[in-house]
Design a protein around this ligand. Structure first.
Ligand SMILES: [Zn+2]
Length: 199
């Protein structure tokens, strides 16, 4: 299968169903667009998610991370609304762009983790490659080091056992695990949303 078709198929069969389930109000496109380009890149606005052809040359876990990240931009407003944070990222200037990158990473990984925790673990195993691909960052993009550090913080805390009282002993491990992950996600999301200084 041509790489463009692989990407479009993975979006349609893996990433899009996850987002439709968890973010049904977000304006996700029915199809991924693949744009020319030999640099790993992508973008998203309401009703549009694209990645460059270079993404198609990456390993599956990295392709899925890239598509989940871009889709995360489309779902950011719905997620913020769910948390009662309003609909626009607070701040002025480049900090807003940087926050949107961190938030899209968080949403992407949390979405995957809620639907397929094993896939999230697989992606975690490629964080050093993802770090290298993300590089040094710029005015609008935090560095790979910083973005991977935040995703690592999420994964480490999301997989820690939830603190539960003895009355909660009836909860099974899967429920506790899901609670731990969404608490962690919510805490980190709120911290980034409200940050006044970021790099
Ligand atoms: Zn982005």
């Amino acid at each position: 299968m041509p790489t463009d078709d692989v990407l479009k198929n993975e979006f349609k069969t893996i990433i899009l169903p996850m987002y439709k389930k968890l973010y049904p109000k977000s304006p996700m496109p029915a199809e991924l667009e693949v744009w020319p380009g030999d640099q790993v890149d992508g973008g998203a606005v309401q009703g549009l998610v694209y990645v460059t052809e270079a993404v198609g040359k990456q390993l599956r876990a990295i392709r899925l991370y890239a598509m989940a990240h871009e889709s995360g931009h489309v779902a950011t407003v719905e997620q913020a609304t769910i948390l009662g944070l309003g609909t626009s990222i607070p701040g002025a200037g480049t900090i807003v762009y940087k926050k949107s990158e961190y938030l899209a990473d968080l949403i992407g990984l949390h979405t995957i983790r809620r639907c397929d925790s094993q896939l999230a673990e697989t992606i975690r195993g490629y964080f050093s490659q993802i770090n290298t691909l993300l590089g040094n960052g710029d005015d609008m993009h935090p560095s790979g080091d910083k973005r991977v550090a935040l995703m690592t913080e999420y994964m480490v805390n999301a997989t820690a056992p939830a603190v539960t009282s003895s009355s909660a002993q009836g909860l099974n491990a899967a429920v506790k695990n899901a609670e731990s992950a969404s608490q962690t996600f919510g805490q980190i999301f709120r911290r980034i949303w409200a940050a006044t200084v970021l790099d």
